[in-house]
Write a protein that binds this ligand. Structure first.
Ligand code: BES
Ligand code: MN
Ligand code: MN
Length: 479
């Protein structure tokens, strides 16, 4: 591809904008929530949708790889994991091969949570030129972005400058169950000859400056189940006579972290890699402010008063979040119930050099010890639900250099190099199993509200994001 071709590609992407919006509209309409077993058919439907699109776009070797039965804990013991969709475009040995990964599942959403519009109807706010809908930025927008790039090439009668291998999964939001094994298996088969991996599943740090990302935190998700009476009971009839599971659970959960965000479990801080002066300096030049953080959270609840400390706590220190309690009364009003069984949920974001197995032991032992100190008549089962490793790589390679050129070309500025506080469990697996580098090339902005209400993707990020992905392939093909 010449410079002229790239101009043509960008013009074609602009021209196909209505088609691209339609594609994202169709994708968002499918309620592919991986965490909700009752919606599993929708997740499968989303994989069928991808197969249909990939087929129309001329991809080859399209397969829906089954991943078998979902491991417990599950409601339905026979529930099948959604398939991984694999496809390739081109197999020219003289070209580089880029594996693109994305996920087609989304977080739950319902209008009652406070959305301004139906979360599963992509809604174009024409005044702000913003697309609203669940998955718009995480991760259906970027996944459609890759397909859009191929469509633009097809329409121009242009060959892709690289061979593309797609790996789209439907279980990312639920811990990428089953995918590690598939990647290990396909490393020498379907994924043979892959030169590099590009993942578009994160966001700019702020709202103005594009970024390239070279690190992610890991996540270990835990449950503490406390079991007491055989059924929910009347607190007037039984209160004072029996041990209450909620009382135990709150004690344990309050022993995990304090209100300044400090993790109270002993032994975790000792595993965190020390901050070197060189690393400390990296934070100076990053374009970010506490004001932007406040804008993104819609509050003034920052625990830090300067950008460097705030970023360090997002990128390079662990954090512990309490997420919820299954089985507890959480509705409006005043229900006088004693919940019989409650399951507390929390997760820890991990960083170098936390050892996964050691972390799990420390955490579970801590929960059991605190429970023991309560002298409770109830029983406890604290366990890990799923985990994904942290990932930090070297951003000085051909793939990052190509992405930097592409970003500069489309947005007119040099990108910042960032790490993320979030997790994409499979990133390290790709690096280890395929023995290639991985690049995170984001499409959306820091205020897109992934996982939140009113998730959005700015139109300029969708369209320029497609151009950036396309230009990246072009620049990478030449290195
Ligand atoms: N796209 C996110 C990963 C992400 C989050 C990148 C925040 C950058 C910033 C991904 O879809 C996600 O939500 N991952 C989960 C993983 C978990 C369920 C194992 C996460 O981070 O909570
Ligand atoms: Mn995502
Ligand atoms: Mn997500």
């Amino acid at each position: 591809m010449s410079q002229l071709d790239l101009d043509k590609l960008f013009a074609k992407i602009e021209e196909l904008k209505p088609k691209f919006i339609e594609r994202l509209t169709d994708a968002v309409a499918i309620k592919s929530v991986s965490g909700d077993e009752s919606l599993r058919p929708e997740v499968v439907k989303m994989s069928d949708f991808l197969v249909k699109e990939l087929t129309t776009l001329g991809f080859k070797d399209i397969v829906q790889k089954p991943l078998g039965t979902q491991p417990p804990p599950v409601v339905n013991p026979d529930i099948q994991l959604p398939p991984v969709v694999l496809a390739r475009s081109g197999s020219d040995p003289s070209k580089k091969t880029v594996l693109i990964y994305g996920h087609y599942d989304v977080q739950p959403a319902s209008i009652e949570d406070g959305w301004n519009t139906d979360p599963f109807v992509l809604t174009h706010d024409k005044v702000k030129d913003i697309l609203y809908g669940r998955g718009s930025t995480d991760d259906k927008g970027p996944v459609m972005g890759w397909l859009n790039v191929v469509e633009a090439h097809n329409e121009l009668g242009l060959e892709l400058p690289v061979n593309l291998v797609c790996c789209f999964e439907g279980m990312e939001e639920s811990g990428s169950l089953g995918l590690d094994d598939l990647i290990a298996k396909e490393a020498s088969d379907y994924f043979k000859g892959v030169d590099t991996v590009c993942i578009s599943d994160n966001y700019w740090l702020g709202t103005k400056k594009p970024v390239l990302t070279y690190g992610l935190r890991g996540v270990h998700y835990y449950e503490i189940a406390i079991k007491g009476p055989g059924a929910d009971l009347h607190s007037g009839v039984f209160g004072g006579m029996i041990g209450e599971p909620m009382t135990d659970l709150i004690k344990i959960m309050s022993s995990l972290v304090d209100s300044q965000g400090k993790i109270l479990i002993k032994g975790i801080a000792d595993m965190v890699a020390p901050l070197t002066p060189e690393e400390d300096k990296l934070y100076d030049t990053i374009d970010f402010s506490i004001d932007e953080l406040n804008a993104a959270t819609g509050s003034k609840t920052s625990l830090h008063d300067n950008k460097k400390d705030a970023l360090k706590h997002r990128w390079r220190y662990p954090s512990l979040s309490l997420h919820g309690v299954e089985g507890a009364f959480s509705g409006v009003g005043a229900k006088t119930v004693i919940p019989a069984k409650v399951i507390g949920k929390f997760s820890i974001r991990t960083v170098p050099n936390i050892e996964p197995a050691k972390l799990d032991k420390i955490v579970i032992d801590h929960c059991n010890e605190v429970f023991k100190s309560l002298n409770s008549v109830n029983s406890i089962d604290a366990h890990l639900l799923h985990d994904g490793n942290y990932w930090v790589s070297d951003p000085y390679n051909d793939s990052f250099a190509s992405a930097a050129k592409a970003t500069k070309h489309v947005w007119g500025v040099e990108p910042d190099y960032t790490r993320e506080g979030g997790s994409i469990p499979i990133t390290l697996t790709f690096e280890n199993e395929l023995k290639t580098g991985v690049l995170l090339l984001p499409m959306g902005r820091g205020d897109d509200g992934a996982h939140s209400i009113n998730e959005k993707l700015d139109m300029s990020n969708y369209i320029n994001g497609c151009k950036t992905l396309g230009a990246y392939l072009h620049y990478y093909s030449k290195v």
